[in-house]
Design a protein around this ligand. Structure first.
Ligand code: G3P
Ligand code: MG
Length: 251
């Protein structure tokens, strides 16, 4: 049900590097990771960039929204100083360049489509189309496990992704599984459920697996909790603490 790596580094390099940056990918690789989760949204010109917040100020120096700037302007901004002076000038990555870096380094990707409010369809379509083009050969060869997994809290974004790239696998992000989670996940052709481990129970974990979905949790930072979740049948998770929970954790 889950053909992908089991432990993913969250937002690139977890909390050991500026989030959603190439420096984070390098840090993850230093810790042996070859699988990451990261967040993607659209800049003003419709070009996707790797960022979590829809506004500047927390991780990226500046003010305003991501959609107030073209991607080239964002790519010139500093996504590193907020983490530490050593990372000053670390740029906001363009999605395509970031994904190509991952592909070139054998890093498997869980791409979280993170639309700014009102941009769900456009973001889902753009990210799915670009990711599909990048992995067309793998998909044609049936090497699904090497292609990225798209995930989103936005059903509209997932529906848009399904429309333009039906053969690129999708996962439903749900903080807490609502009543009717199963038909919701089926409505976007999801292969997996990605959920906040804090709301998971062993019964829910079993139900997800019985329904035939892969089960992934975010964001698991304590080794003991990670062991418990794996014992419940959670198949994979992402972590910020790539120093405490390595890529081979629990195996
Ligand atoms: O994709 C799992 C996780 O990243 C979702 O939450 O806010 O860290 O993007 P967030
Ligand atoms: Mg995320």
């Amino acid at each position: 049900m889950w053909p992908y790596p089991r432990i993913l580094s969250h937002r690139g390099g977890g909390t050991l590097a500026p989030e959603n940056t190439v420096a984070g990918l390098r840090r993850a690789m230093d810790h042996g990771f070859r699988a990451v989760e990261f967040d993607v949204m659209l800049a003003r010109d419709g070009v996707p960039v790797v960022m979590h917040d829809p506004y500047l100020g927390r991780t990226v120096s500046g003010a305003g929204h991501v959609f107030d700037y073209d991607a080239a302007e964002l790519a010139g901004m500093d996504a590193g100083s907020s983490f530490g002076a050593d990372y000053r000038g670390e740029p906001v990555p363009l999605f395509v360049e970031f994904a190509q870096y991952c592909k070139a380094h054998g890093i498997w990707m869980n791409i979280e489509i993170k639309p700014a409010r009102g941009f769900d369809v456009e973001t889902g379509e753009t990210v799915a189309r670009l990711a599909r083009a990048m992995f067309a050969d793998e998909l044609a060869a049936g090497a699904l496990a090497r292609a990225p997994l798209l995930s989103s809290f936005s059903l509209a974004a997932l529906t848009a992704a399904q429309r333009v790239a039906p053969d690129l696998p999708r996962a439903c992000l749900m903080s807490e599984l609502p009543p009717g989670w199963e038909p919701l996940a089926r409505s976007v052709g999801a292969i997996a459920i990605h959920t906040n481990h804090k709301h998971l129970t062993p019964e829910l974990a079993q139900a997800v697996r019985d329904a035939g979905f892969g089960l992934f949790c975010y964001t698991v930072n304590e080794p003991q909790r990670a062991m418990q979740l794996l014992a419940w049948g959670v198949e994979a998770f992402c972590t910020d603490r790539i120093d405490l929970i390595g890529p081979d954790f629990g195996s």
